[in-house]
Design a protein around this ligand. Sequence first.
Ligand code: SF4
Length: 283
Amino acid sequence: MPRIERAARTGFCFGVRRAINQLEKLTAARGGVETLGAVVHNRQVLQRLADTGVKVVGDVSDIRGDCVVTSSHGVAPEVEEAIRARGIAVISTTCPFVRRAQVAARRLAESGFFVIVYGDARHPEVTGILGWAQGQGLATLDAKPVAALPRLPRRIGILSQTTQVPGHFVAFAKEVIDIALVKDAEIRIIDTICHDIRGRQAAALELAHRADLMLVVGGRSSANTKVLARLCADVTETHHIETAAEIKPAWLKGKTLVGVTAGASTDERTVDEVMRRLEELAG
Ligand code: SF4
């Protein structure tokens, strides 16, 4: 029967814990509150918050109350302006590490740099950071769109979505340098990857290298959970699950060590349930 081991770092990261604490205080004081988009990308956490009176609205025009909470991923300044223009107060739960990336994007744009964000262009954190670059930038996970620019900007700033893999960011930045470092060019690289994510990825990989099965627990739309699952899958058999109910007993057959890791927005209670279920199955 396999041994079950939890990675050295699981549970909410600092930014998610902070956002949830803010929301819990607000709902207790006001009896309910609206958030613009999902405040974290985890269905179980969102359900628990919904039970306490948190309502997710998809668009600024859907807000019904006199205040709205923006997510830990942050939003572009024009989104906050559109909310305030409707006479609605904004309560931000933007993680300070995301804010650092937003401020870096703003400073680069103000200094005449074209901002390239290494990240998923559809993710709210990335669209928010680009908004702070005042429209002078693009987001991508490969360097092709940079090579395809009609005129290469002379000044280029490179940032990362906070949840990306440090080694992949370095490789991307090198590719951009190869494309864009021509006469008189100036390229500034700012590492905006979050320290929690670095530690979490390193702990997951350390375990994945010893395990013959890894379970990665977290929301299917959670960017950092998906990255963890991809990293582990490069090393050993890996399954991305949201809850203990998804575990298939057949996965454990013939295994000696099953590792468990979790994304930054996965409640430790969900990880505990996964551990309990695995221990039951391992008998
Ligand atoms: S993963 Fe990092 S950047 Fe994202 S919310 Fe958590 S602490 Fe903040």
